[in-house]
Design a protein around this ligand. Structure first.
Ligand code: UDX
Length: 457
């Protein structure tokens, strides 16, 4: 674990408060809380404003002040699988509660006056609120820079009449977005396809006038993308990632972690176990779930599988596992509802990660030198998967229909074949770059400059 360095500047920062506002989804809450921990360790007082929906656990962060605001979500809005509709409605419902909350904070005679707010990039409405209080707003973007460009290209492609994409065009390269193919574009199904374009154009517009952007990535991984970003968005940028490596893991988990899997892992041989997990949102139908189960069984490799309640649409938990599956895998597989993922990836027994390629999962895997089997579902996951397999060459892509024989072959390629060993060597090389970046490279410098930037307000 790396520790944030203190360059002695803490003294003059005493007395400043930073207000952070995470988007209430697992993949966004954790990086924001990790950032809050880093800033706290650098001497800033921390206030977290959060929605009632998916509220973080305040007891895990005794040093922060938490303020809950109303999000106005109905029961059906809160349980929707339509993330774009959810984020769109939150950006409307939270305007007034957020404004009132901030007004009160600013008028309270706080011991530490507020230096700035830091909000998730998806909370685009907060720019206008910050402007009205003449308060700087810094944005946290929790995904990679290259996937940001893929999103930014969507409206341009639409204007040129690129959509809808015909079946026959899916394998074709996307203009100016090498190595992406048409099927990798980060489209997300939504009740109204226009919502996606509207949401992203608001996000881009408000990033452009913000006081800076924090990336959960590191310079050495995305150097050229960061340069291009700087040309199009002339604002200060801080690629300080990986945020989760500054402090011990998992303080932002919304679900209870089943730690039994760590003792089970300790009974397994080094680098022998395939860790299988698809993040907090991805869902499968029963046929895909069954194919996954038999693929794991037939591969004959040990595995740790996170089956989150809700992973299989319409089912509670394991009731759709095929008959005979549990007997077949006896002793070779372990299933949990939610794992301490960063610790699992860092465990010496873990040799591969079958993932949906959410950016947090992808980055956490890189940071522990674990090669991947990529099974992306939607949005940026498809872009991340293409980079994992075609640019960094640290994973196997499952691109076709989920079928047990394909899954079995992918597992054997990664866990048994020499091809998998080569991928492991390459991802270990990236892990070393991460460590160096945190110690004395890009991330080290970006954090120093972020601290001076906030201190200058
Ligand atoms: C979402 C989007 O799907 C993703 O594409 C985007 O980049 C961020 O927001 P999610 O699907 O949840 O996130 O995936 P991911 O980004 O991988 O985040 C999941 C987080 O949950 C990771 O930090 C992971 O460590 C954690 N996790 C997952 C656990 O702690 N335990 C588990 O069992 C599974």
């Amino acid at each position: 674990m790396e520790n944030p360095r203190d360059n002695g500047a803490t003294k003059h920062r005493k007395g400043r408060r930073v207000v952070l506002f995470p988007l209430p989804l697992q993949g966004h809450i954790s990086p924001m809380l990790q950032l809050a921990n880093i800033l706290c360790s650098k001497g800033f007082a921390i206030t977290i404003i959060h929605t009632r929906f998916n509220s973080p656990s305040s007891s895990k962060h005794p040093n922060f002040s938490f303020i809950s605001i109303s999000d106005g979500l109905s029961e059906s809005e809160a349980s929707t699988a339509d993330v774009i509709a959810l984020v769109t409605v939150l950006n409307v419902n939270c305007v007034l509660p957020f404004r009132n909350c901030l007004a009160k904070l600013l008028s309270d005679s706080l011991e530490e006056p507020v230096a700035c707010i830091i909000t998730d990039a998806d909370w685009h409405f907060t720019q206008a609120v910050a402007d009205s209080f003449k308060l700087p707003r810094i944005v946290l973007r929790t995904s990679s820079v290259f996937s940001f460009f893929a999103y930014a290209t969507l409206p341009v492609l639409r204007e040129r009449g690129y959509f809808p994409i015909e079946e026959s065009q899916l394998e074709e390269p996307v203009p100016n977005l090498s190595p992406l193919k048409a099927k990798d574009l980060p489209l997300i199904d939504s009740r109204d396809p226009e919502d996606l374009y509207r949401l992203f154009s608001c996000i881009f517009k408000d990033i452009k006038v913000s006081s800076g952007l924090i990336w959960n990535t590191f310079e050495e991984l995305e150097q050229s993308e960061l340069i291009t970003f700087g040309q199009e968005f002339p604002i200060p940028v801080f690629p300080v990632g990986p945020l989760h490596r500054y402090f011990p893991a998992s303080t932002g988990s919304l679900l209870t972690e089943d730690r039994s899997c760590l003792s089970w892992l300790s009974t397994q041989a080094p680098k022998s176990v395939l860790y299988v997990s698809f993040g907090s949102l991805a869902a499968f139908d029963e046929t895909q779930f069954e194919a996954m189960a038999w693929g794991l069984a037939k591969s004959k490799q040990p595995f740790l599988w996170v089956v989150r309640p809700g992973l299989v649409r319409g089912s509670e938990w394991l009731e759709t596992l095929p008959n005979g599956f549990l007997e077949t895998i006896e002793g070779r597989g372990h299933i949990v509802k939610w794992a301490p993922q960063q610790e699992v990836l860092a465990h010496p027994a873990t040799g591969g990660f079958c993932t949906h390629n959410g950016w947090n999962s992808t980055f956490e895997s890189i940071c522990e030198g674990v090669p991947m089997i990529c099974l992306p579902c939607h949005g940026d996951q498809k872009v991340n998967a293409r980079y994992v397999t075609d640019v960094w060459k640290i994973g196997v892509h499952l691109e076709n229909r989920l079928e047990s024989g394909e899954i079995e072959r992918a597992i054997r390629r990664l866990m048994v074949d020499s091809e998998g060993h080569e991928m492991r060597d390459r991802v270990m090389n990236l892990k070393e770059k991460v460590d160096l970046s945190l110690r004395q490279g890009g991330s080290y410098r970006a954090l120093e400059s972020l601290i001076s930037h906030i201190s200058s307000f």
